[in-house]
Design a protein around this ligand. Structure first.
Ligand code: HEM
Length: 508
C-alpha cells in the first residue's frame, strides 16, 4: 500500500516538474527564437504563476461589479495589446480596435475559432459555432444569414411571427403580477427560434424542450470532467444528458418531416394523426429545417439546429432584460421611448393591429437604446481565436498556435473610442459615427447571422411592453459580469396594465 502511495507521489511530482519545465521552456524558447531571427517581440505582459498563470486573478477580478477589471489593469500597465496566461495557455489579449478587426476578418487565413472540446461536445461538431472556416462553414453561414437577416423574409414572415408570439406571452401577464423578466424574455425568444427553425408553435412540447435546454446551457459554464467522471450529479454530466434528450427530440421532428415529405410526394391525401410536436397548420414548408432537408445528414441537421437555439437563447433575452433595467434607471430615456411607441400604436385603428415593417423603421430612439445597451452590457465580451501563422501587428508578433482574445467590451468601454464610455447614454447614437469599432455582433466570416433578427425581437418586445404595461422593480437587482453578463436575480418586476392605471386615475 505504502509502495503504491510512493509510486503515485513520484508520478505526480514528475508530472508537475515536466509541466513546469515545459511552461518555462516554451516561453524562453519562443523569446530566444525571436531574438535569433530578428523577429518582433511578443506583446508585453505577465505569465503569472506556473501552470495556473493568471487564471485565478482573472476569475477573482470579474467577481466584482466592475465590467472590465482584468483588462483595464493590464492595459494601464502594458498597453492595449498584452500577453497573459489563462486557462492553461498563453493568450494575447487585444483591446485594440484595429487588431480586433484583423482577428475577426482574418478568420480562416491567419486565425481560426477555438473552443474547448467540452463546449464542442455540447454543441456538436457540425454546429456553426465550432465549425472551422472553409467552404462548408461559408455555405452554412450564408444559409443562416438568408433565413434570419434577409429583408424580405424579416418583413413578410419573421416580423408577423415575432409580433404574434410576443403578444401571446404578454397577453398572459396579469395586472399586478410579479415576473422575473429574464425568464419571460427567454421563454419568448426560445419559442420564436423554434418557430423560425421548424415551424412549431408554443405548447407543452416546446416547454419540455426548453427545460432540457436550461440544463444544457448550464453545462457551458461548468467545470467539464472526463465522461467516466461526469455523473448525473455534476452540472456537466446533466448537460450532456440534456443534450442527448434535445438531440432525440430534434431527430423526431426531422423524421416526421421526412415522412410528411414522402407522403406529399406520393400525393396521399389523408394525413395521419401527427405525433407531437405539431407543426402549425399554416406552415408553408419554408423554414430553416426545410432548407436543410436536402443535402445534410440527420446528425448535421441536429447539431445545426441545436446550436442555433443556443446562440439566440442567452443573448437576446439578456439584452431585452438589461434594456428594461437601464430604461427604468433613466426616466428621461424611458419617457422618450414611451412617446415613440405610443405614437406608433396611436396610428393603429385597433388595439390588436399587428406591427408593420414601417412601424419598426419608425423606432429610431429604440435603436439608439438597443445600441447603447449592447455597448454597455456587452453580452459577448469578445471572441477567442488561435493564430494559424505568425502574425505581425503594431510592432509585435503573435506567434503561430498562440491563443488570442479580441475583447469587444474593452473597445466599447474605452473613453478613447466613446466619450464617457462607462455611462449609459443612448443619445450618443443620434450623433456618434462609431467608425466600425462598435462590434457587438462580431465581424468577418463569423459575423452573427442573428444580428437583425435580435434587433427586431427586442424592438417588438419593447413596443408591447411599454404600450401595454408600466412596471415597478420588485427587488433590488445587481448587474454582474462573470461568468456571463446578467442580473443576479433575473430582474423581478411587478407589471400593471397601462389602460387600467389610466382608468384608475380617472375614477379618483
Ligand atoms: C443580442 C443578441 C446577440 C448578440 C449580442 C450576438 C453576438 C454574436 C457574436 C459576437 C458572434 C460572433 C462569435 C464569433 O465570432 O466567434 C455571434 C455568432 C453567432 N450568432 Fe449571435 N448574437 C445575438 C443573437 C443571435 C441570434 C438571435 C441568433 C440566431 C438565432 C444568433 C446566431 C448566431 C450564430 C449561429 C453564430 C455563429 C456564427 C459563425 O460562427 O459562423 N445570434 N453572435
Amino acid at each position: 500500500m505504502e509502495l503504491l502511495f510512493l509510486l503515485l507521489l513520484l508520478v505526480v511530482a514528475s508530472t508537475v516538474f515536466l509541466l513546469l519545465h515545459r511552461h518555462h521552456y516554451s516561453y524562453s524558447y519562443s523569446y530566444r527564437r525571436r531574438r535569433e531571427h530578428g523577429l518582433l517581440p511578443l506583446p508585453p505582459g505577465s505569465q503569472g504563476m506556473p501552470l495556473v498563470g493568471e487564471t485565478l486573478r482573472l476569475i477573482s477580478a470579474y467577481k466584482t461589479e466592475d465590467p472590465e477589471p482584468f483588462i483595464d489593469d493590464r492595459v494601464r500597465r502594458h498597453g492595449r495589446i498584452f500577453t497573459s496566461h489563462v486557462f492553461g495557455e498563453r493568450t494575447v489579449f487585444s483591446a485594440d480596435p484595429d487588431l480586433n478587426r484583423a482577428i475577426v476578418c482574418g478568420e480562416g487565413r491567419s486565425f481560426e475559432c477555438s473552443y474547448p472540446s467540452s463546449i464542442a461536445t455540447l454543441l456538436g461538431r457540425h454546429s456553426l459555432l465550432v465549425m472551422k472556416a472553409g467552404p462548408h462553414h461559408k455555405r452554412m453561414h450564408s444559409l443562416t444569414l438568408t433565413r434570419f437577416a434577409s429583408l424580405p423574409l424579416l418583413r413578410s414572415r419573421l416580423l408577423p411571427d415575432i409580433d404574434r408570439l410576443v403578444r401571446l406571452t404578454l397577453g398572459s401577464w396579469g395586472d399586478g403580477q410579479l415576473l422575473p423578466l429574464l425568464d419571460q424574455a427567454k421563454k419568448i425568444t426560445f419559442e420564436l427560434t423554434v418557430k423560425q427553425l421548424m415551424s412549431c408553435d408554443p405548447g407543452s412540447w416546446t416547454e419540455e424542450l426548453r427545460k432540457e435546454y436550461l440544463l444544457l446551457i448550464d453545462g457551458f459554464f461548468s467545470v467539464p470532467l472526463p465522461s467516466f467522471l461526469s455523473s448525473r450529479f455534476t452540472t456537466y454530466g446533466r448537460a450532456i444528458r440534456a443534450r442527448t434528450k434535445v438531440a432525440e427530440a430534434l431527430r423526431g421532428v426531422i423524421r416526421k418531416r421526412r415522412r410528411d415529405e414522402k407522403k406529399d410526394s406520393s400525393s396521399s391525401s389523408s394525413p395521419s394523426p401527427s405525433p407531437s410536436p405539431s407543426p402549425s397548420p399554416s406552415r408553408s414548408r419554408e423554414d430553416m429545417l426545410d432548407e436543410l432537408m436536402d443535402g445534410f445528414s440527420e446528425e448535421e441537421i441536429v447539431d445545426f439546429l441545436l446550436a442555433l437555439l443556443v446562440a439566440g437563447y442567452e443573448t437576446t433575452p439578456t439584452i431585452m432584460t438589461l434594456l428594461v433595467k437601464f430604461l427604468t434607471e433613466n426616466p428621461r430615456a424611458l419617457s422618450i421611448i414611451k412617446e415613440e411607441h405610443d405614437e406608433i400604436r396611436a396610428r393603429k385603428t385597433q388595439e390588436s393591429e399587428p406591427l408593420q415593417w414601417s412601424d419598426y423603421k419608425a423606432m429610431a430612439f429604440t435603436q439608439c437604446v438597443i445600441n447603447e445597451t449592447l455597448r454597455v452590457a456587452n453580452i459577448i465580451s469578445g471572441v477567442f481565436r488561435r493564430a494559424t501563422t505568425d502574425v505581425h501587428f503594431k510592432g509585435y508578433t503573435i506567434p503561430k498556435g498562440c491563443k488570442v482574445f479580441a475583447s469587444f467590451r474593452a473597445v466599447h468601454l474605452d473613453s478613447e473610442n466613446f466619450k464617457d464610455a462607462r455611462t449609459f447614454n443612448p443619445w450618443r447614437w443620434q450623433r456618434d459615427d462609431e467608425n466600425g469599432i462598435f462590434t457587438p455582433f462580431g465581424g468577418g466570416p463569423r459575423l452573427c447571422p442573428g444580428y437583425e433578427l435580435a434587433r427586431v425581437e427586442i424592438s417588438v418586445f419593447l413596443h408591447h411592453l411599454v404600450t401595454r404595461f408600466s412596471w415597478d422593480v420588485a427587488e433590488k437587482d445587481k448587474l454582474v459580469f462573470f461568468p456571463t453578463t446578467r442580473t443576479l436575480k433575473g430582474y423581478p418586476i411587478i407589471v400593471r396594465h397601462r389602460h387600467q392605471k389610466v382608468s384608475e386615475k380617472v375614477m379618483r
